[in-house]
Design a protein around this ligand. Sequence first.
Ligand SMILES: Cc1cc2nc3c(=O)[nH]c(=O)nc-3n(C[C@H](O)[C@H](O)[C@H](O)COP(=O)(O)OP(=O)(O)OC[C@H]3O[C@@H](n4cnc5c(N)ncnc54)[C@H](O)[C@@H]3O)c2cc1C
Length: 464
Amino acid sequence: MPHHFQSPSFSRRTFITTAVGTGFSTILNGKEVDENLIIYQPESNIYKKLNVPFNSDLSFTPAAIAACTDEISVAAAIRYARENKLKISIKSGGHSFTGSSLINGGLVIDVSGIRQKFYRAKYLSFTAGAGLKLGEVYDYLLRNGRLLPAGSCSGVGLSGLTLGGGYGFFARQHGLTCDHLQQVKMVDARGKFLDSDNDPELLWACRGGGNGNLGVITSMKFSTVRAPKMFTTQKFRASKLTPSRAAKLLKGWFEVAAELPKPMFSAFILNGGHLTILISSTYSSSGPAFQKAKHALLKLGTKTRGTYSKPTATAVKTYSGRPNPLPFRNMSAGYYNGFADLEDIAEELMKTTIANPGVLFQINTLGGAISDSKVPSAYPHRAYPFLGELQSYWQSPAQKATLMPAVDKIRQLLSHIPHHYVNYPDPDLKKPNRSYYGENLEKLSKIKQRLDPENFFSSAHLSI
Ligand SMILES: Cc1cc2nc3c(=O)[nH]c(=O)nc-3n(C[C@H](O)[C@H](O)[C@H](O)COP(=O)(O)OP(=O)(O)OC[C@H]3O[C@@H](n4cnc5c(N)ncnc54)[C@H](O)[C@@H]3O)c2cc1C
């Protein structure tokens, strides 16, 4: 076993005092199942702190939460679940839209205490414990001049993101997070320790098809890329939009976005009647591609306040999102080839979004290195250059009640869209597995049957 894959030296007490941020006395609230595992039950403060999904509209009452700090405690938690006939869920960053990392009446295997991180300069590789969050991964690697292309929100778990794919500002240039995954360690349903170096199919499955389905991932090794020194962004805005004007802007944006070179990313974000178009680049804003996109977006009639170039470490913090939970109902709005996929519904889609402040319809650019990648992976939808996301946020139950019909109407409008991103799950999809895994579904199902024949890992919505 190479040095960087040894079990982390974190103790349970370190986990409890750092991950949960509380004092030693509260450990007494936990039940020491054996020397490797502490289980927290509903009366414990630590249970209350760990039983928090990022989506605060959801709530769960697990029978207990196992606070794991290494693969040995994960195996002990699996044993405990079997002995007590408990169903389980696996939780890392807790950002699942649908709360698939928590479970009513079952045991939550919380891996957020598995926190080792190790950059090996000789191999340019990064080994991460399953509990790390994106913010600390960016901080750590950027200090070493390296980058793992990932999502933007700092609280998202590296595990959940990678196991479902993982895209962000840098994905068009460098590929998905899962494209950089080189090795995983997993505890299976029998508590056995698996290493993907001995099972290439396991690695394949974990590149985009491993969220909560196969076993508990405890450690991941990634390749890294050289970090760009600067990161540049510019926002273009239009407001008081009518549906037909918004549809024209959508068409225009698709045309501009389709021409972007790999180091550039763009997003179209319609929030009620306000449109923001973001472009970003790891190159200078004075370069021809950035200038071309900027002039084309201004020609569409948008307004801008200017370009912002910051050192990458500062820039990623600007987009790190809010740390605390909030109520929402978000889901994939599907993968698109271009405007033609939305043309027939564009005005109605824009009309419903505009009429319902609190509803956001967003499209992000994919393509580039994601489409070009030859990395064997369960992530199936590489060919699509665009990904849509439907979001809704509310301030009060009354506002929620008015937004939900609008969200459902937009979902109906999009019902012809066949493929969806598994990390933006939508439990109401008619054929979720096919939508998420496309033509890789059969191979993934076979791997699932081999690794977990009893379907022990069955709580995630993404279960196959
Ligand atoms: C605010 C916000 C911003 C986001 N931004 C992006 C983005 O920029 N790019 C992007 O691609 N996605 C993004 N997402 C989606 C995100 O990738 C998924 O929500 C992801 O599943 C979250 O992972 P997590 O570990 O935080 O969540 P969890 O809720 O802890 O887990 C999510 C799923 O993964 C499983 N899982 C977690 N850890 C393990 C493990 N160690 N072993 C096996 N299964 C495990 C869980 O069982 C669950 O089914 C965002 C989500 C939110 C809420």
